[in-house]
Design a protein around this ligand. Sequence first.
Ligand SMILES: *Cc1c(COP(=O)(O)O)cnc(C)c1O
Length: 396
Amino acid sequence: MDSKQWICAADQVLMHTYGRYPVVLERGEGVYLYDLDGKKYLDFGAGIAVFALGYQNREYNDALKAQVDKLLHTSNYFYNVPAAKACEKITQMTGLERVFLTNSGTEAVEGAIKLARKVYYNKCGRSDGEIIAMNHSFHGRSMGALSVTGTPKYREPFGTLSGIVFADYNHYEDVAAKVTEKTCAVIMETVQGEGGLYPADKEFLKKIRALCDDKGILLILDEIQCGMGRTGTMMAYEQYGIQPDVVTLAKALGCGVPVGAFAAKEEAAAALVPGDHGSTYGGNPFAAAAICKVFELFEKQQVLVNVRGVSAYLAEKLDALAEKYSCIKERRGIGLMQGLEFDRPVKGIIGKAMDAGLITFSAGERIIRFVPPLVIGKEHVDEMIGILETVIAGEM
Ligand SMILES: *Cc1c(COP(=O)(O)O)cnc(C)c1O
């Protein structure tokens, strides 16, 4: 069967929850993907900021295969070595003492919300702790994670959690005004991803940290997309000189294996006791071995050094493009998490770039998002800019 036939077959049985491109991807190699018809694509999407190490990293794949042949799963009624190692790595990276491993980012956010509510419950014996979340945020699609996601149309049909209040990102007074006696947490992305590639302002995040300290509120930072080296430091908040009480991770944490985690300060983490939270698959030896290998390869391949070097080059090239074409309003982002905002919907541009062999994603209607593998080189930036510029020139 060819691509067209597979797409037909898939459309018979898949739920219509995604607007998919008519492309069937079959394999990857480095920073390139190949579809079923053998067409090659330069990948500036990385499976939505997942494949930090690129495709077919030999050492990574070998580690996964070795773990498959040893032990895939145990249940959390037992200890396993890869999970212990993975959590140790996560505590070292985050500076937070305790970790819970999940299967996705959404579940990490769920855990963080439950933790915040339990800390509040232990304090005052009530379960009505309020959470302040940000407009234009994205935290996932389950009922809890969706409840703190700042896009009303995503939430509206589903009757999400009560006690969630939304404030404007990078607007300290608005957040401060929304604090009540019941506020138990503030949740935000350090760099908003889906919402349009907005980094938190330094002053804003510092003031929020001080506000949370002052009022005894947990600061939850969602680094599912912006964490794991994407901004040039392992955690984006390292660049702000602050530390959250809770952080959520996923995406590049597994580099293709579905994993996530939330980590918390000892004092907060102590609120969750046996019976409060759990997961059958979360932190199984296979998933945890993937996390361990990701950390090892980040060091070995000096991923952060590459991100810092190549991201400056990417920003410079995107700025030049924005300068040259009036349809581009602005370039925003940090590190290898960049966006170009256009004066028009970008769906057409992304589609044409895909036809020309470049994969990018949008973030909202008018923004093209660039979240490539963290191992790209300057030559890949040049190749990407070449394709994109041809497409944009054709649009003008
Ligand atoms: C992708 C994402 C999530 C959801 O993660 P899933 O693994 O899709 O459940 C949550 N928060 C942010 C910031 C994300 O980018």
